[in-house]
Design a protein around this ligand. Structure first.
Ligand code: ADP
Ligand code: MG
Length: 265
């Protein structure tokens, strides 16, 4: 199982949209895929039409109660090969309980290892803060995908993320890789969007995915239908762009040499 964590401490930059639609695009190709909602806001859970507050068992119970089997919390979605580990607001209480555990940074990693044989890919949707949950996500992941909204302060925010990743690598997860920076909410016709994209590509080079995700209304609408855009509007630009990102990820997973894919910066 290959695990991607979708992370950036900034809110509203397209983390959940990326997690949901990447997971759905992988599942639409027949890959057995697990989407982990690691945000107490439960947006990825809502995106698949589940009501977070009505769920009896979520990722919270699996993290804090060793008696709860991870398998038992998994929920089906409208895609047969996609399962969801849902979350709700209770997850915001997990931090204080994890703090009491000795291996507090490795709890999610251990849970995922329990079910690794059942899945080809796992995608983790992180909350917009740098807390112990996000640290668990980074430690559990093989690779990070960092969505960045093309706006003026993009580069500044990104430096902060990179510093965090360095610390996590040093202290907890030496093999953690940044798979790529994904430009999101790109405006088709604004100069600023183009300038930020150029600046990012100059600065980070091949670490920026070739695929960019433009602003597309279908991406914003799909959650209200309880679906990913991949099934809600498969021919929309939003769906096609997330499929193209998935091409980059799966193609490169199969074909890059280990050395090439180790893009440490
Ligand atoms: P995050 O998880 O980083 O907070 P979201 O994925 O929830 O960000 O996106 C924030 C808001 O922007 C949501 O309402 C989402 O539907 C919308 N959104 C995200 N990406 C796009 C896009 N490419 N086009 C249009 N709306 C988008
Ligand atoms: Mg989110």
């Amino acid at each position: 199982m290959k695990t991607f964590a979708i992370t950036n401490q900034k809110g509203g930059c397209g983390k959940t949209t990326t997690a949901v639609n990447l997971a759905a695009a992988l599942a639409s190709r027949g890959y057995r895929t697990l989407l982990v909602d690691l945000d107490p806001q439960g947006h990825a859970t809502l995106a698949f039409g589940l009501q977070p507050d009505t769920l009896e068992q979520t990722i919270y119970e699996a993290l804090v109660n060793p008696q709860v089997l991870f398998e038992r919390i998994l929920q089906p979605t409208c895609l047969p090969t996609l399962l969801l580990a849902p979350s709700n607001v209770l997850l915001s209480g997990a931090e204080s309980q994890l703090l009491r555990m000795t291996d507090r940074e490795y709890v999610l990693r251990r849970l995922l290892q329990e079910t690794a044989a059942r899945f080809d890919y796992c995608v983790i949707d992180c909350s917009p803060s740098l807390n112990l949950l996000t640290l668990n996500a980074m430690v559990a992941a093989d690779e990070l995908i960092i969505p960045v909204q093309t706006q003026y302060y993009a580069l500044e925010g990104l430096r902060q993320v990179m510093e965090t990743v360095d610390v996590v690598r040093e202290r907890f997860a030496p093999n953690l890789r940044i798979r790529g920076i994904l430009l999101t909410l790109v405006e088709r016709r604004t100069l600023l969007s183009r300038q930020v994209e150029e600046q990012m590509r100059d600065y980070f080079g091949p670490l920026v995915f070739r695929t960019v995700i433009h602003r597309n209304v279908r991406l914003a609408e799909a959650p209200s239908a309880g679906q990913s855009v991949i099934t809600y509007a498969p021919q929309s630009f939003g769906a096609l762009e997330y499929q193209s990102l998935t091409d980059e990820l799966t193609y490169e997973t199969q074909n890059r040499t280990a050395q090439e894919s180790c893009l440490y910066i």
